[in-house]
Design a protein around this ligand. Structure first.
Ligand code: ZN
Length: 450
């Protein structure tokens, strides 16, 4: 079977506006651009321009202003925004809420992203997906296209975790993974609970923010890639296969601290030499099998960390990522074996401890196919890829079939004022998002999208 032709046919056949006799709808690229430019003013450095990026840390005045602006855009698009107890903005399309409840077609299609940023962040991370979701809804209402499933837009609260050091706050609350102890965290004299109140949430009712598994027809998020793969490949659309599993290990190497001048080379128990061998071994183990798995040693502490003392103790981290969690388990086992061999050879002790493990969040194959066929129908090249960064989509995936669309990041730069996605690519991503909403809307059951 010619796969490309199959997907093109699927894309064309599944689209409802054929019945309306209209052309294929496109989002309004100029309007999307002007909204992105306007949103970038909230958190812009004083006296700066769009090119200077934003610092829109969650719960700050900049965040509050940006959220108010986004809610005004939602109302203009016919959406009715409300703030949930965790501070997330959810907005249903008003016309959809009047439809009689049908099972299971009454489950909503949820579309969105976040608008908080890291300090000195860019104008596209989160903003693009949030505003493109609103633009898609506005285009559907203005062209009179009604979806079979209720449409709902979300702007998640504190995705970046720049305010209290915990990312995905809003989406974790929605799946019941924001512990109440986290509300007691204090930064600059303000508890996280009070910060959530500041943006209109109600942490005393946090439990009411929860949504149940299988409560979404589909979750869709458009996002910048934040890496350089799409740009290097000359492909405008990434079909995300899932958000990678992350395995974090802590390594402690114990040698013997001794005088750097009087201890002969053959008698040393140098913890840093052992750690250096292990770090190179980790790179070798991670790269010896084909695939896109990555492994990083990014943090190292040497004690006593003095010029004239042989290092006695070294602690370092290991961060392993891949879509396949079992692959990471095998890699971790190999690292432990190699650590034991290096310890014996260097007369040190090496302890490798697992710190955290996050399972991957896989995108539903049916949603991936809907994204791919939507790109095909628009004449856009696409490629499948994992997301090495975390996203709210990984939490939303627990509530229903999830799909993410990536667009190119120029130079692979993100979390920087230099973060850039061309306006053409922003518009392409928004068009694919719009068509994907319509394509998944044609699926009757959540199960057919899994
Ligand atoms: Zn983001």
């Amino acid at each position: 079977v010619d796969r490309r032709r199959f997907l093109t046919t699927l894309g064309a056949a599944a689209l409802p506006w054929r019945a309306h006799g209209g052309d294929l709808p496109h989002t309004d690229a100029a309007r999307l651009r002007s909204h992105l430019e306007r949103l970038s003013e909230f958190g812009r450095p004083p006296g700066g321009t769009f090119a200077d990026g934003v610092s829109r840390i969650a719960y700050t005045q900049a965040d509050i202003g940006g959220r108010a602006y986004v809610m005004s855009l939602m109302r203009d698009a016919g959406l009715a925004p409300r703030i949930d107890p965790a501070g997330n903005i959810f907005a249903r399309l008003q016309s959809s809420t009047n439809e009689p409840a049908r099972q299971p077609a009454n489950l909503p299609i949820l579309v969105g992203s976040h608008i908080d940023s890291v300090p000195n962040g860019g104008n596209f991370d989160g903003d693009l997906g949030s505003l493109a979701a609103i633009e898609a809804v506005r285009m559907l209402t203005s062209t009179g296209v009604r979806t079979r499933h209720p449409l709902e837009v979300v702007v998640w609260a504190e995705e970046e975790g720049a305010a209290y050091g915990r990312s995905l706050s809003g989406s974790r609350a929605v799946v019941g993974e924001l512990p109440s102890s986290e509300l007691e965290l204090v930064v600059d004299g303000v508890t996280k609970g009070d910060a959530i109140r500041r943006i209109g949430g109600d942490p005393s009712r946090l439990e009411a923010a929860r949504r149940q598994p299988a409560s979404l027809h589909t979750y869709l998020e458009l996002h910048i890639e934040q890496g350089g793969t799409l740009e290097k490949s000359g492909v405008p659309i990434g079909v995300v296969e899932g958000i990678v599993s992350i395995e974090r290990l802590d390594v402690t190497v114990r040698g013997f601290a001794n005088h750097a001048g009087t201890t002969p080379m053959g008698e040393r128990q140098d913890a840093l030499v052992a750690a250096a061998q292990l770090i190179l071994a980790i790179r070798e183990i991670v790269t010896r099998v084909p695939g896109r798995q990555v492994g990083t040693v990014g943090k190292l502490e040497v004690a006593p960390n003095a010029t004239n003392v042989i290092p006695g103790t070294v602690k370092h981290t290991i961060d392993l990522r891949d879509l396949d969690a079992s692959k990471l388990t095998r890699i971790a086992t190999d690292i432990r074996e190699r650590a034991a061999a290096i310890a014996a050879a260097t007369r040190t002790e090496i302890e490798v401890a697992r710190v955290t493990h996050h399972d991957p969040a896989l995108a539903a194959p049916g949603v991936q196919q809907a994204i791919a066929s939507s790109a095909e129908a628009l004449g856009l090249k696409w490629m499948r890829m994992p997301s090495g960064a975390g996203h709210d989509a990984q939490m939303a995936a627990r509530l229903g079939p999830m799909g993410m669309i990536f667009v190119p990041s120029v130079g692979g730069i993100s979390h920087s004022p230099r973060e850039l996605t061309t306006w053409e690519d922003c518009a392409r991503g928004a068009d694919v998002l719009l068509r994907t909403i319509l394509a998944v809307d044609q699926a009757d059951s959540v199960r057919s999208l899994l």
